[in-house]
Design a binder for this molecule. Structure first.
Ligand code: UD1
Length: 421
């Protein structure tokens, strides 16, 4: 197993180029199943989750390959509708093959994804949406078994849950509805940029969708979709993570391929923290200040502050003088990084779903354990500013979502390397 070793204290300077968005690429790869002919997707990041999706598509009977950031998928006429436990259990986003399989074959059998360390992650909203389209759903032997009678029928549905909208449920239902008979209206749809990217992809395939990016999406079912070429948008969470790396180290970093209009909540919080930001159509320049100012953050569905940036925000607050508060409204238990940051000298008190952060003058490097994807990123950020050496173990979490993070940070001047344990 690999670990990341960082010697803290370097100011980051220079340019970094973002990779394609993992959270856009995964449902879009699943959506390629909706056509029989070949789809080519470019700007796909070389990550473990992408490899898992390739394996899953192959298990479903599609031809799928990945080379140089290009995924080529040829689903063919016949699909096998069973998504096995072994693959689904390693990646929750596997659940988004349910919608395309149901739409193409009228039958889908997908292992229940189960919980994960960031808390309970139900799929009731996905299932509610499929039922609204006329599918019958059973849970048998740990699998969701969904069947359409003859075909799916468009309908009007409300997809809001206890914590608001769901990104993958919106995408999943949208993918099922594009081939349904008649019109579907999804109310309380997720507005995340990844939903918009998926809608753009589906529209290019021939789907009729409007309202994506708003809480009301309308879909007019069509008979058939066709394979296309498509480029994935850049990763806004990777972007936010490098924004924080620059801000925390007092650096000056130009982030290329950024889409600032997707980052307003993060930009707003960094401006409140006293960070200087210049932006253009597809770049962000971040200049950190010697002294940061405390802020309060609540995670919310888009356009609110993303839960996927919460751990990184906490790392920044940990070294910001004064008291900052984070309220986690999407995953109330997503605080595994608190104890590890505290091992590095942070003073963070947990009263879930709230964390109270007393900023300290300095963190001290320590061996720490990554618990999940974004928590790992927070530990790397903390390592960049900590005194001495930080070793981040279990970096396979990091590898699920960040392409070559140690390479990108070291090109900005960080002292960071990957080692075999
Ligand atoms: C996606 C992202 C993940 C991000 C999350 C929230 C991908 C691959 N993953 O996950 O990185 O952290 O959005 O921005 O895109 N919920 C229900 N019932 C459901 C589904 C969700 O109650 O059927 C709840 C969840 O428990 C959570 C909230 O809704 O509290 C949001 O989850 P959701 O948007 O579904 O997350 P994902 O789409 O799985």
């Amino acid at each position: 197993m690999d670990k990341i070793v960082i010697t803290g204290g370097r100011r980051l300077n220079g340019d970094v180029v973002l990779s394609g968005s993992k959270n856009s690429a995964l449902p879009i790869m699943a959506a390629a199943l909706l056509a029989e002919d070949t789809t080519v997707i470019s700007n796909v990041p070389n990550l473990r989750d992408i490899q898992t999706m390739i394996k899953l598509l192959r298990a479903l009977g599609a031809k799928a390959s990945f080379e140089d950031g290009r995924v080529v998928i040829k689903p063919g006429k016949e699909l096998n509708p069973v998504a096995p436990y072994k693959l689904v259990s390693t990646m929750r986003a596997s659940v988004c093959v349910l919608g395309p399989l149901l739409a193409r074959t009228g039958h889908a059998q997908v292992s229940m994804p189960g919980g994960c360390v960031i808390g309970a992650r139900p799929i009731d909203l996905h299932l509610k949406g499929f039922e609204a389209l006329g599918a019958r759903i059973k849970v048998e032997h740990g699998y969701v078994v969904a069947r359409a009678q003859k075909f799916l029928r468009g309908s009007e549905m409300y997809l809001g849950g206890a914590f608001g909208s769901s990104v993958l449920a919106t995408g999943n239902v949208m993918m099922a509805a594009v081939l349904a008979r008649g019109k579907t209206i999804i109310e309380s749809a997720a507005c995340e940029p990844e939903v918009v990217d998926l809608a753009n992809f589906l529209k290019k395939m021939g789907a009729k969708i409007s309202g994506e990016g708003s809480p009301r999406i309308e879909i007019e079912g069509v008979k058939k979709l066709h394979g296309i070429e498509y480029a994935i948008v850049s990763d806004r969470i990777e972007c936010g993570t490098y924004m924080f790396a620059a801000a925390m180290t007092g650096g000056d970093v130009m982030i290329k391929q950024a889409l600032p209009s997707n980052q307003n909540a993060v930009i707003d919080k960094l401006l409140q923290s006293g960070v200087r930001i210049d932006k253009g159509k597809n770049f962000l320049r971040i200049r950190g200040r010697a002294r940061l100012k405390p802020t309060d953050v609540t995670t919310l569905p888009y356009p609110g502050f993303p839960t996927d940036m919460q751990a990184q925000m906490m790392a920044l607050m940990a070294i910001t003088p004064g008291i900052s508060v984070i309220t986690e409204k999407i995953y109330p238990d997503r605080f595994m990084h608190v104890s590890e940051l505290n091992r590095m000298g942070a003073k963070i008190y947990l009263e879930s779903p709230r964390a109270i952060i007393h900023g300290v003058k300095r963190l001290s490097g320590a061996p720490v354990m990554a618990s999940d994807l974004r928590a790992s990123a927070a530990l790397v950020l903390a390592g960049l500013v900590a005194e001495g050496k930080t070793e981040v173990y279990r970096v396979y979490h990091l590898d699920r979502g960040y392409f070559n993070m140690e390479g990108k940070l070291s090109s900005l001047g960080a002292v960071i390397k990957r080692e075999r344990e």
